[in-house]
Design a protein around this ligand. Structure first.
Ligand code: ADP
Length: 533
């Protein structure tokens, strides 16, 4: 259409030039006609292309001869100088047409390249604006959809049981895509297993095989343009598939799909390389996270095993010895020894129960199976109950809990557990003749950037304190302080982890520090804050 109108415009330009020459012929020498015809040829070459320019040159040649060279109104030329002028004009016009159409073509190519580069630049800018790897692929897919006006762009990677799973999908409309989604997955599987693209080169055999042998939904119209599928390679490994749905336009005969231009195809290929790198990076970081999780699970297993071997074996051994002794009929036990053995069994059994309970409570808390059952509670009442249960050493605890503390909405049993663990630690890690001070007060705390009011509880002892640098580590699972790892003081490294899990479940905070008010008085203070509601 454009080419046909180009021919007409070229003929029209020559006709107009001839008319002008005709009007001003008295002022122009017949040999100067070429001065007007050459710019016309140049115009046609730049505006319409080589063919039209040659057409204009030939037409000018005949018009000049017919209208202006004697004998006029015939194509005969009698003067050999005129014949020479005509042919020189024709050669000059053809050379002009050739050169200027080449320049035109180069300009057009440069424009296409510039468009391509600016599109790529926009795309990579939009993608690099995303730091989060999970958002780069959707950003990339939406760039392809918007730049190529594609109906969809989906990035897939191999998931469980070798099925292709979409990791990013962007659709140009919001209708239901369930059928197409499963078609894309099936075709992506074929592309992945054959490592062949669809929609670029020779892929009909793959497409036919996929259409015939793979399970496509019955509702799918198999004559539909499947779009483009590109296998994604990174570091010479196949990491996924990028699919771009065809461009769908509404035409006179309903919806029509239109082919992507070469520039758009190049853009898709370039962005698919980006997608491959991102997918490979994601796979690597997933593998690293998996390896890290395995390593941590291994470390935990080792810690659990060593804890079990220390903390469960020694009380069990003590119980076994005492029980075996009691069972020996010939053993000569006075009543004091018998009582001591029975008390030993009782204490060791309590220790065992404590260890097992702590472990179970921690696993329930961390597994989300023990959510706090919150109700309005009085901290003074919780403190009273806990101290009441620590019968043996309760007299070492000095409390300072005001009566007018506000009620707080917490799980009574869980907060008892926290207090019990902190008090037991303070008692066991300090001298038997030293006191443990427990105080509570109204306070405010910055919780997740918001200042909230609540109650702060402190448990302070006069023991050796926490080894500097271990203030946060001691809250980690199975961690025992440097000083206590091989000491005679029993421990599992679970108590503080449990305390932290409970306090965090109440949206509170817990921390530990040493204090050195005066050189005579050292020790550690464990504090936790619970918001009112
Ligand atoms: P456990 O006491 O069974 O070892 P915890 O989780 O309760 O486990 O405590 C972890 C570690 O924190 C302890 O091993 C100890 O090193 C340190 N710790 C806890 N409480 C105190 C305290 N009151 N004074 C000094 N160190 C403490």
């Amino acid at each position: 259409m454009l080419a046909a109108s180009g021919w007409l415009w070229s003929a029209g330009a020559v006709a107009l030039g001839t008319a002008c020459l005709w009007i001003f012929q008295s002022a122009i020498d017949k040999g100067q006609a070429s001065l007007l015809y050459l710019p016309i040829v140049l115009f046609c070459a730049i505006r319409f292309g080589y063919g039209q320019a040659i057409g204009a040159a030939v037409l000018s040649f005949f018009c000049w001869d017919f209208f202006f060279l004697p004998p006029r109104f015939t194509l005969t030329v009698v003067n050999p100088r005129d014949t020479l002028s005509l042919f020189v004009f024709l050669i000059a016009a053809v050379v002009t047409a050739r050169l200027s159409s080449r320049i035109r073509q180069q300009a057009a190519e440069a424009q296409v390249r510039e468009h391509e580069i600016s599109t790529l630049f926009n795309a990579s800018e939009a993608i690099s604006a995303e730091i989060d790897a999970d958002r780069i692929l959707p950003a990339l897919a939406s760039q392809i959809v918007s730049t190529c006006r594609a109906s969809r762009c989906i990035v897939l990677r191999q998931g469980i049981a070798d099925a292709m799973e979409p990791v990013a999908s962007v659709w140009s409309d919001k209708s239901d895509h369930a059928v197409l989604q499963s078609v894309v997955q099936v075709l992506a599987e074929a592309v992945f297993s054959d490592d062949q693209e669809i929609g670029f080169g020779q892929s009909p055999r793959l497409l036919r095989r996929a259409m015939e042998t793979m399970e496509l939904p019955a509702e799918y119209d198999r004559t539909e343009d499947p779009g483009i599928y590109v296998p994604l390679h990174a570091q010479s490994k196949l990491v996924g598939v990028l699919h771009v749905g065809p461009r769908i336009m509404s035409g006179a005969s309903g919806k029509e799909t239109t082919r992507f231009s070469d520039t758009e195809r190049r853009l898709i290929l370039t962005l698919s390389n980006h997608a491959a790198v991102v997918l490979a990076r994601q796979t690597l970081s997933d593998q690293a996270a998996e390896a890290d999780a395995l390593r941590r699970a291994d470390t935990l297993k080792d810690a659990l095993l060593s804890m079990v071997s220390h903390e469960l074996r020694s009380p069990l051994a003590a119980i076994k010895v005492a029980a075996s002794g009691l069972r020996q009929s010939d053993a000569v036990w006075d009543s004091a020894d018998r009582d001591a053995a029975i008390r030993g069994i009782d204490v060791e059994a309590d220790r065992l129960i404590g260890v097992v309970n702590n472990l179970l409570d921690l696993s329930r808390l961390e597994g989300g199976a023990w959510a706090p059952n919150r109700d309005w509670c009085d901290m003074a009442e919780i403190v009273g109950t806990v101290i009441g249960q620590l019968t043996a050493e309760a007299d070492r605890i000095i409390t300072d809990v005001p009566d007018d503390l506000p009620l707080i909405k917490v799980d009574y049993v869980q907060i008892m557990l926290v207090l019990t663990n902190l008090l037991q630690n303070a008692l066991k890690y300090s001298n038997e003749d030293s006191n443990v001070e427990l105080s509570a007060q109204t306070d405010t705390c910055d919780v997740e950037g918001v200042v909230v009011s609540g109650v702060k509880v402190s448990v302070r002892d006069h023991g050796p304190g926490i080894t500097p640098g271990e203030e946060t580590k001691i809250f980690e699972r199975f961690f025992r302080g440097d000083r206590h790892r091989n000491s005679t003081i029993h421990g599992t490294g679970v108590g503080l982890t449990l305390c932290r899990a409970v306090v965090l479940a109440h949206k509170g905070q817990i921390w530990a520090e040493n204090y050195e008010d005066d050189p005579q008085s050292r020790g550690s203070v464990f504090q936790f804050f619970l918001p009112i509601g």
